[in-house]
Design a protein. Structure first.
Length: 140
């Protein structure tokens, strides 16, 4: 983090076991998550699920804020699908986010998406990635 930036919130996640064990939030009372590989039968969550949860929550919260600012009392939802794709060396994620806003057309939803992508911290983090797609959908 840039020393001149003033954080309004900060958290630190720690993983000491890779995808076979536990990840936790530093300083949190008991907030621990069992983690496992997405291709194993072991119980636990994985990076794909955690990223999908984080992105769907962040993007939808941003969409809701924009709708509120525009005085549009409409329900919205964001469905994020993450695919783990093998490469010659390692893997990459294909990320698809589908944004639904009740009673709006695809072009109207797309306008909200463009605004949300400028404001959502995770959208900013993934900006320019060729493996991330955000699209409007008229069905939840």
């Amino acid at each position: 983090m840039n020393q001149n930036e003033k954080s309004i919130y900060q958290t630190t996640a720690i993983n000491e076991t890779g995808v076979a064990g536990v990840a936790y939030i530093e300083g949190s009372e008991g907030w621990k998550v069992n983690v496992s590989s997405p291709v194993s039968k072991e119980p636990g969550t994985n990076p794909e699920e955690l990223l999908a949860l984080a992105y769907s929550t962040c993007l939808n919260a941003t969409v809701e804020t924009i709708l509120k600012e525009q005085q549009q009392p409409k329900k919205s939802s964001v469905k994020v699908t993450i695919a783990l794709i093998p490469e010659t060396i390692g893997y990459h994620f294909n990320v698809t986010a589908k944004v639904f806003i009740e009673s709006l057309s695809q072009p109207e939803i797309q306008e909200i998406i463009e605004l949300a992508n400028q404001r959502c911290p995770i959208s900013k983090l993934m900006k320019g990635s060729q493996t991330v797609t955000v699209m409007a959908t008229t069905t939840p």
